[in-house]
Design a protein around this ligand. Structure first.
Ligand code: TXA
Ligand code: MG
Length: 350
């Protein structure tokens, strides 16, 4: 049975936080909100509990977890060393939506890192996550609280949808703020490398570490330094196709393709920007609104809820236009949509 505890996200009551912390110390699986998405946490040094977490999420054991701690100091026992670049990034962006990959210490079990010699660490800023970490006084490994390859959870109801009966406790702190997972930067090699785009974008990282490189796109799907890089991830159940490029061209092509699909008796749901809603509704497809394309922060916050809403309409296929608005969150949103579409992107000339 999964129990749900409701808390005030800004000011959670200490009793609920203490219960969640105790459950984690005992090796139980506890879902809680962070500023990015909900995580399902487990005692990071308890190998058996970590294995149960992989089973609960149906996550392949080759996909390493992020270890969450309450402060920069709590990272020290988990890593070989804290290089100056890591310390500078931590001081600038923690607590917050940044994950740093460093060479691991012997204390971190192989189950957590999928056998890699490195560990991913992060200090979340959300009052609930932070409160639990402070009360538990243990490192907590926490992947996003969804079944493997499904859209991440940004509300407690999403966690229940995927993990009811599979986790012990859900701390319900309402909707998360950012809506997409943390930025992941790898500082374990000779070149600092952005592995997963998030709310802290490349420009922000480069104000602290000027030589951060983007991960080589041609390497995607080659080895697997960060399985968040898998090309199918965050996916709704029905196949999603994205249309990328200049608005008028992309919209015209979408309208054309949707009409052709509907003629063949396909049930189509379109994930739309508010600006496109009227044009796309006229095709006869069902509409799920994502928000205004002028507000990428709102799009990020609603992205996973909207993908799940598309599923609830039980369509044969889902269609959406790619975000092109210049904004720090745009690369992260484009990355998640591309993966949700498993690479089905129709590129139109710009
Ligand atoms: O915002 C977030 O990061 C959320 C919240 C709950 O903190 N967590 C999250 O965890 O997104 P998860 O497990 O869904 O994604 C972790 C990502 C994966 O892409 C994984 O491959 C990468 O971090 N990762 C973990 N350890 C790594 C390592 N040692 N080297 C490279 N990548 C690693
Ligand atoms: Mg995930």
């Amino acid at each position: 049975m999964t129990e749900v505890l409701r808390v005030d996200p800004d000011n959670p009551d200490p009793e609920s936080i203490a219960r969640a912390a105790e459950a984690l110390r005992r090796g139980e699986l506890v879902a809680f909100p962070t500023e990015t998405v909900y995580g399902v946490g487990v005692h990071a040094l308890d190998r058996a509990a970590v294995r149960r977490l992989f089973e609960a999420k149906q996550r392949p054991s080759t996909d390493p977890l992020i270890v969450h701690v309450a402060s920069i100091d709590a990272v020290t026992p988990l890593v070989d060393a804290m290089p100056p670049a890591a310390r500078a990034l931590a001081e600038r962006f923690w607590p917050g939506p940044l994950t740093i990959v460093l060479p691991k210490s012997d204390r971190v079990p192989d189950e957590v890192t999928a056998g890699l010699p490195t560990v991913a660490v992060r200090v979340p800023s959300h009052a609930v996550a932070h409160g639990i970490l402070e009360a538990a006084r243990i490192p907590i490994a926490a992947p996003s609280a969804n079944l493997f390859s499904r859209p991440s959870a940004t509300q407690a109801s999403h966690v229940l949808e995927d993990l009811n009966g599979r986790v012990d406790l859900i701390v319900d702190g309402g909707s998360t703020d950012v809506g997409v997972e943390s930025t992941v930067i790898d500082l374990s090699g000779s070149i600092p490398t952005l592995l997963r785009p998030g709310a802290i974008d490349l420009d922000a990282l480069r104000t602290v570490v000027p030589n951060v490189a983007r991960r080589d796109a041609s390497a995607v799907d080659a080895a697997m330094p960060s399985p968040g890089m898998l090309s199918k991830h965050y996916s709704p159940r029905a196949p999603l196709t994205m249309y990328d490029g200049e608005r008028a061209a992309a919209l015209a092509r979408m309208v054309h393709d949707i009409r052709a699909l509907i003629e063949r008796h396909q049930l189509i749901t379109v994930l739309v920007f508010a600006e496109d809603a009227a044009d796309l509704r006229r095709t006869g497809a069902r509409i799920v609104e994502l928000g205004s394309e002028r507000e990428p922060a709102d799009i990020a916050a609603r992205l996973y809820a909207a993908l799940r809403e598309c599923d609830h309409t039980a369509p044969d296929a889902i269609v959406a236009r790619m975000l092109t608005t210049p904004h720090p969150l745009t690369p992260a949103i484009r990355d998640r949509l591309r993966r949700a579409a498993a690479g089905r992107v129709v590129a139109l000339g710009t």
